[in-house]
Structure formats: C-alpha cells, structure tokens
Design a protein around this ligand. Structure first.
Ligand code: ZN
Length: 336
C-alpha cells in the first residue's frame, strides 16, 4: 500500500519534471531573447581571491592610477568603504579593510566592489573564502545572580544595547586611523576571542573581544587616532569607552575603573583613555578589548598584524593565544 503510494508520487513528480522541461525548451525556442536576455552571467570572483579565518581582518586592494569619486565594497550585506593608499614603489590604488565576523559561516562569498568615476561605475568581483576558526570552549561557574538575570536587569541590558547601537550608527566618514596600531595595555593576552561560553551549564553568546589581564589601575591606551563616540557604565561591560576611528572601524575598552576621556574627545594612538578595572560582570581586573569593522566583530589583535607602514608588518605582531580557564566572564545573555 505504502509502496504503491510512493511509486505513484514518484511517477507524478517525474511526469511534472518532464512537462516543465518540455515547456522550457519549447518556450526558449519560441522566445529565446525574453527568457535568456543576456549571455550567462560572468563567473564571480574574476578579479581575485582572498581568504581568511572567522574574526580576521583582510586587506583588499583595488589598483588604479586615476582618482575615483568613490570606491565601495559589499560583503555579506556589510558595506566596506575603500580609501586611497599611496605606498612608495607600489602601484597606486584603493584599500578596504574587510572584517570577517567571528560568526560568519565558513564558505565562499562574493566581495563586490564598485569603483565610481564621475558618472561611470565599474564593478569588480572577488571571492572571499571564509575558513573556520577553532575557538575555545569555556565552562564558567558564577554566582547564580550573575548569570540568571531578573526582569529589571534584562530590560536594563536591552536599553544599553540600544544606546550602543544608536551611538555606533554614526560613523565618521573620514579615515582617522593610521598604520601604527597600539596594543592598549601591557598584559597577558588570554586568547579567548570568539570562545564559546557555557555559564553554569547554559550556553551564552560567544566572547566578542580579547581579554588582557593587567593590574588594577594600569593605563589603557587608544589603539589608534579617533573620536570618543560614547562612554558608558553598563551592566556587563562596566565602565567602557567606544572610539570611532572612521570608515566603520570602532574599538572598545571595557571594565575600566576610571575613564579619562569624554564623549566627542579627539584621541591619538597611545593616548591614555582610562584605567584597568573590574567593573561590570568581571571576576578580576582586566581589559576587554573589542573591535568592530563595518559591523563585523573581529579579533582586535588582527589589527596589529596589518601590513601598512610602507608595506612592512609592524613589529608588534600577534602573540600566541594562551588558553586561560580562569578568564573573565562578562558575556551577555544569548540573543533572543
Ligand atoms: Zn572580555
């Protein structure tokens, strides 16, 4: 009985397939232009290929001697502004910083770049291969009240998220940063960027920055030039500073004991903007350093690796991550 029904269904499908195929073939012979208006679309990624892991920053270059009106990329619905870059002995061109979010699914995606020159626009297409990063898994035990939030805490957290979202909508359209990135604090890097967090047995949002262990009151420096977009005192991040470096690049510094800047201040690379603390949800003094690049949460240490200064990699290269089980829990509740 069952078999017969399945067989009939199968037959119906293949009959339908045949009908559709026949219809397409017939139609295309009658209306070839309407059904296939163009030659098949060009293969994606004709202009080059990039690859990187989740949480990494890629430097994408578009060559061109002429001054363009605007060069803009789109990658996974995020907009990547490009800027003109001159380097001695290298062909002129435009550079974009492409952030791979720590939760972008592995795979190959298109980076479409539009180069506008007055009325004319040229389209370029790159393939970007996103590879999986092996993030740590952290099991954390915390006092119950720090993990299970009451209604009041949840609504406070939501309001704070909204406040940050609104503040970060306003990007400086000027590129304020330069090639010399500064590590914000001298301390022990815990290597837990992107780690999956299980708090008291419950899964939480992954850790969206890097924690650097440092003594209470240690100086915290801005990683580059920028404008202080907002300073906060929030339930999880504690006292925090958000610096806008322009073109969609933000850096953030959390759990501070003291904030030494105000909203709207201009800061320079290496300027002391606060002191290490343990405010918010933190079990001990440390700096949570986060970076957002056009909406993507990237490993802040990938900035120190960027090959900018006359094509040279800064001496301040990436450290080997040290897994730390005593790390610092300030992750926010799972997205709803
Ligand atoms: Zn952290």
């Amino acid at each position: 009985m069952m078999m017969t029904a399945l067989k009939q269904a199968h037959l119906r499908i293949s009959r339908l397939d045949r009908t559709v195929i026949t219809a397409v073939v017939l139609l295309s012979s009658v209306f070839p232009v309407e059904l296939f208006p163009n030659t098949p679309p060009a293969q994606k990624g004709l202009d080059g290929q990039y690859s990187g892991k989740q949480g990494q920053v890629l430097v994408v270059k578009v060559q061109g001697e002429e001054q363009a009106t605007e060069v803009k990329g789109t990658f996974l619905k995020r907009t990547i502004p490009f800027f003109r870059e001159f380097r001695p002995g290298e062909p002129a061109g435009y550079i974009g910083l492409l952030g791979i979010d720590m939760q972008d699914d592995p795979g190959t995606y298109e980076l479409a770049v539009e180069v506008k020159q007055g009325e004319q626009a040229k389209q370029l297409s790159f393939n970007v291969l996103v590879a999986k990063e092996k993030f740590a898994v952290e099991h954390l035990k915390l006092p119950k009240e720090k993990v299970d939030l009451d209604e009041k805490a949840v609504s406070r957290w939501k309001a704070e998220q909204e406040q940050v979202k609104q503040a970060l909508e306003e990007n400086s359209r000027l590129k304020l940063w330069h090639s010399n990135f500064v590590e914000p604090v001298n301390g022990k890097r815990t290597g837990i960027f992107g780690s999956v967090r299980i708090m008291n047995g419950q899964p939480r949002n992954p850790h969206n920055g890097e924690d650097i262990g440092a003594p209470m009151g240690a100086d915290v420096a801005a990683t580059n030039d920028g404008i202080v977009r907002i300073t906060v005192d929030h339930i999880f991040s504690g006292r925090g500073v958000f610096v806008d470096h322009g073109l969609g690049f933000y850096s953030m510094y959390f759990h501070l004991s003291e904030i030494l800047v105000q909203d709207g201040d201009l800061v320079t690379a290496g300027q002391i903007i606060g002191k290490v603390g343990a405010t918010g949800r933190a079990t001990g003094p440390h700096l949570h350093w986060g970076v957002k690049l056009n909406g993507a949460r990237v490993n802040p240490y990938s900035l120190l690796d960027l090959p900018f200064k006359n094509g040279a990699v800064p001496a301040n290269s990436i450290a080997t991550p040290i897994p730390d089980t005593t790390s610092v829990p300030e992750a926010v509740p799972v997205k709803q």
